[in-house]
Design a protein around this ligand. Structure first.
Ligand SMILES: Nc1ncnc2c1ncn2[C@@H]1O[C@H](COP(=O)(O)OP(=O)(O)OP(=O)(O)O)[C@@H](O)[C@H]1O
Ligand SMILES: [Mg+2]
Length: 223
């Protein structure tokens, strides 16, 4: 079953001389349970694509359909709720809340949604990610790699149908990267999750089911 789809998706920034066609007619279809990686040079439009797939911003034109729903037809409030229930994000810059400790950050999206966290599962994820001893630390008491792992744990904790990850292991050493990717794959298989992951690392890309190549806002391979 198709879970993610874009139709002639365009995202332009600026205007006139400053017009940037960050995405310029992207047609993409991702099957439920698929693990897709996205590669391309800096500025090619990878993060923009991920933002559009996750409904973090509205497109200039074209559609994104997630689990049968055309997300740009939702108003901002409904889109926020839809996102929280269906999508787990791992960003390049983590977006952790500075006044919440590790555990509180991880369960925050569920709390916001009035959902009860599966504590055993959250704990298991934290142990695998090596965060169990950092449970009570604030983000500014963690290393960059640890903060990245908190962001990954937060994305996994609610077992979302779709995980969108922007260089999820960009700041981790190669051994930890392998472990984290292994965990993402394992939970993906266990919960039938779909994953779209941006990476600059060819070896990591090769572990996915399909590699999509993007150049100047267009898909040039793996469609
Ligand atoms: N908010 C914005 N306003 C103006 N231009 C933007 C904005 N966001 C992105 N762009 C431009 O859109 C293009 C695509 O950016 P994007 O962040 O998607 O690239 P990327 O492939 O993720 O690059 P990187 O590998 O460096 O993260 C770039 O030319 C960038 O400068
Ligand atoms: Mg990017």
């Amino acid at each position: 079953m198709e879970i993610l789809k874009t139709k002639n998706l365009k995202k332009y920034y600026g205007s006139g001389e400053n017009l940037v066609k960050a995405l310029d007619g992207v047609n993409l279809s991702v099957e439920e349970g698929e693990f897709v990686s996205v590669v391309g040079t800096s500025g090619s439009g990878k993060s923009t694509l991920l933002h559009m797939l996750g409904g973090l911003d509205y497109a200039t034109s074209g559609d994104v359909t997630v689990a049968g729903k055309e997300i740009f037809k939702l108003n901002e409030t409904d889109l926020t709720i839809f996102r929280r229930r269906n999508i787990g994000f791992v960003f390049q810059n983590y977006n952790l809340v500075p006044i919440l400790n590790v555990y509180e950050n991880i369960i925050l999206p569920m709390e916001l949604d009035g959902e009860r966290p599966d504590k055993d599962f959250v704990w298991e994820v934290m142990e695998i990610l090596g965060l169990d001893k950092k449970k009570n630390n604030l983000p500014n008491q963690l290393s960059g790699g640890q903060q990245q792992r908190v962001a990954i744990a937060r994305a996994l904790a609610s077992k979302p149908a779709i995980i969108l990850a922007d260089e999820p292991t960009g700041n981790l050493d190669s051994k930890t990267s392998q472990e984290v990717l292994g965990l993402l794959k394992l939970t993906g298989e266990q919960f039938g999750q779909t994953m779209v992951m941006i990476t600059h690392n060819e070896a990591m890309a090769q572990l996915s089911d399909r590699v999509i190549r993007i150049e100047d806002g267009r898909i040039v391979g793996g469609q």
